[in-house]
Design a protein around this ligand. Structure first.
Ligand code: B12
Ligand code: SF4
Ligand code: SF4
Length: 305
């Protein structure tokens, strides 16, 4: 097998469903899209998005001698069992922090590459790193940017986490995927808060995911979060490309007892119960007080006192 094939097949062996390669070129057009987004204030209180935007778009500032990007995607899909009259926790938050899972696998991939090519050096990025995960995934052919702004793969859908391994060695790039949204607008139509201002443009300050996870204060109108306790999946659940998604096989993404919890269990949730149930999950990482604040708002909205 050729070097590139060996790497991509190792990535699949490690549990990544998708892996592709692209060049780390700086694009002034993509950078100005990020600047316009920030200028419009769509980041809300996410100060980390405002810090050094050039670093986010220009990989040479993140890794001086970067020559190639390996972008990876891992399926975290689980049947969302969304019900309008029940409290809802988005499926991404039900498992262990994906950042650690993806980072560990990318570290194994880097170790493997170093065994093949001892001069190889690499840097790993997943979510919290100052990089544009979706941009590299698009360029490496993992999927296209849906109108809901997420990266969608035609076969496995959009319930995928993304990460990158930046390398100081050149590898032949893959071809970017074309857009398959066509004239569909289902995600824009279902978004209950109008957060998708236009196709491909998300205003975080209106997004339930932001309101329940990132914002420092509850939204002025608490009704906006409806029945959502943590995150929002509506613009993914409706997407036709997620209709045939298969349940993840990654052990760390198997959910705990989040969904089987009855409404009264949410209402009576104690800190001890929260710790023992959710310790080690993404929901647990964000803490009891954020969770209970969201629970209170959702219960009010569901008219349950
Ligand atoms: C900030 C952030 C958020 C914010 C803002 C989301 C957003 N769309 O930007 C909030 C808190 C709302 C959020 C929510 C969620 N997030 Co988030 N988030 C991020 C983070 C940290 C940065 C994203 C970013 O750079 N935004 C800045 C803006 C400028 O980027 P953008 O929307 O992609 O904007 C571009 C487009 O608008 C594009 N553009 C403009 N016009 C046009 C026109 C066309 C035709 C095209 C193609 C493009 C285009 O240009 C812009 C600049 O490149 C990334 C991790 C990372 N480091 O990248 C995860 C990430 C995007 N999130 C992720 C996830 C899973 C979620 C949630 C599903 C969680 C949940 N269940 O609640 C939701 C989904 C909401 C949604 N519909 O996007 C995953 C997405 C995986 C995927 N398949 O794409 C990521 C990649 C984390 C990861 N490593 O896996 N998130
Ligand atoms: S995550 Fe929810 S609120 Fe945010 S854009 Fe999608 S449907 Fe709208
Ligand atoms: S719902 Fe339709 S428009 Fe939205 S991302 Fe999916 S295919 Fe594209």
């Amino acid at each position: 097998m050729e070097f590139k094939e060996l790497i991509l097949s190792k990535a699949h062996q490690l549990g990544f469903d998708l892996a592709g390669i692209c060049c780390p070129e700086y694009s002034p057009t993509d950078h100005s899209k990020l600047l316009n987004w920030l200028e419009a204030g769509y980041q809300g209180e996410m100060a980390f998005m405002e810090r050094n935007p050039r670093l986010r778009s220009d990989l040479r500032l993140f890794m001086e001698n970067v020559q190639s990007v390996i972008s990876v995607g891992i399926n975290y899909f689980k049947e969302p069992d969304y019900q309008k009259d029940k409290p809802y926790v988005s499926i991404y938050a039900r498992g262990k922090p994906y950042q650690d899972v993806v980072k560990n696998k990318l570290q194994e991939l880097l170790d493997y590459i170093k065994r093949l090519t001892p001069e190889a050096e690499g840097k790993i990025a997943v979510d919290t790193s100052p990089t544009l995960d979706k941009l590299w995934a698009e360029k490496a052919g993992l999927g296209w940017r849906g109108k809901n702004t997420l990266v969608i793969n035609k076969k496995i859908g959009s319930f995928i986490f993304l990460g990158e391994l930046f390398l100081n060695i050149k590898i032949e790039p893959d071809v970017a995927e074309s857009d398959h949204c066509a004239d569909c607008r289902k995600c824009l139509d279902i978004c209950p808060t109008g957060a998708l201002e236009e196709p491909h443009l998300l205003n975080s300050t209106k997004c339930i995911s932001y309101m329940t996870i990132e914002a420092n204060n509850p939204p002025a109108d608490q009704k906006l979060i409806d029945n959502h306790i943590f995150g929002c999946d509506l613009c993914q659940i409706i997407c036709p490309y997620n209709k045939n998604a298969s349940t993840t096989t990654i052990p760390e993404f198997q959910p705990g007892d989040i969904y089987s919890m009855e409404i009264d269990k949410w209402i009576n949730l104690t800190e001890n119960d929260f710790q023992s149930r959710y310790m080690g999950t993404i929901l647990g990482k964000y803490g009891f007080s954020r969770c209970t604040n969201n629970v209170k708002m959702a219960m009010n909205n569901l008219a349950i006192d």
